[in-house]
Design a protein around this ligand. Sequence first.
Ligand code: FMN
Length: 315
Amino acid sequence: MKLGKILGIEYPIIQGGMAQISDGQFAAKVSEAGALGVIGSGSMTGEELREQIRICKSLTKKPFGVNLLLLNPHSDHMADVVVEEEVPVVTTGAGSPAKYIDRWHKANIKIFPVVPNPTLAMRMEKYGVDGVIVEGNEAGGHIGDMTSMTLIPQTKDKIDIPIIAAGGIASGRQLLAAQTLGAVGAQIGTLFLSSIECPIHEKYKNLLIRSKYNNITVIGQIAGLPTRVIKNEMARNYIMEEKKGKDKMELEKYTLGALKTAAESGDLKKGSFMAGLSVSQIEEIRPVKEILEKLMEEYREELGKICNEYNEYKD
Ligand SMILES: Cc1cc2nc3c(=O)[nH]c(=O)nc-3n(C[C@H](O)[C@H](O)[C@H](O)COP(=O)(O)O)c2cc1C
């Protein structure tokens, strides 16, 4: 798959930026293991981001990325920081990167916005980005309306720049399926949460192992910020209040800082344990390298089977 070549990495895999979780150290470990590690800057200031980038650069010489959420009030400062710190790849979400694109390209930064539908992908192509990450709503965290099965091919039919598939990918079979639908590689979040190196609380990791697809729910549907999480007291209370018609501000009391609570203290009642529908496929906590090797081994095996079938079919 082409993504490895585009980014100068071993495997065609990007570790999705995860606010409060994927810090400089974790991103460096993922990059060292052969994928693209990405620092999630969501809750940081510009200077906090700079510190994490420097930590990452001190731990790896391999390419890495920064995820910028463009609604963050520090975005303009962060846009400067990624140039000053010579970050090779930027992924963006929650807003348009248009005003930064020329400057980032002059600094040799590759830009990959995360989009939930083909219309936004087409707009990003017009702006001149290097590729788009299309995120299906199987994903953990904030989600759009389309599934990966419909989103990848419908985007492929509309744009010529590389497409990276995100949402629901946690095995070689799913990576191969994404390639068949038109992607050059995958962005993965949920599966990386289960790695030994991921700096979340052990209770979060154990919850991932115990959870199946039917333990997953979506909060924030009515408030307009749908978010895929593992069902717990926080999620149940949120949905109950949402159904009663409570407004955004009142609902925020459940979610404000709740991902941080989940990641840092593993509070099973109050935390927001974001995870996607691939959670059923997580069976153990393993090193990032092993996760990637197993995934690619399965990818090659499945590709081989399909090639064999093709040869039989041809004759
Ligand atoms: C805990 C968690 C936090 C996330 N935070 C962010 C974020 O800060 N910015 C972002 O663009 N995407 C975020 N995402 C989405 C991931 O980067 C990635 O696109 C997604 O997890 C891929 O789908 P998957 O979970 O099915 O692998 C988050 C996902 C999870 C599970």
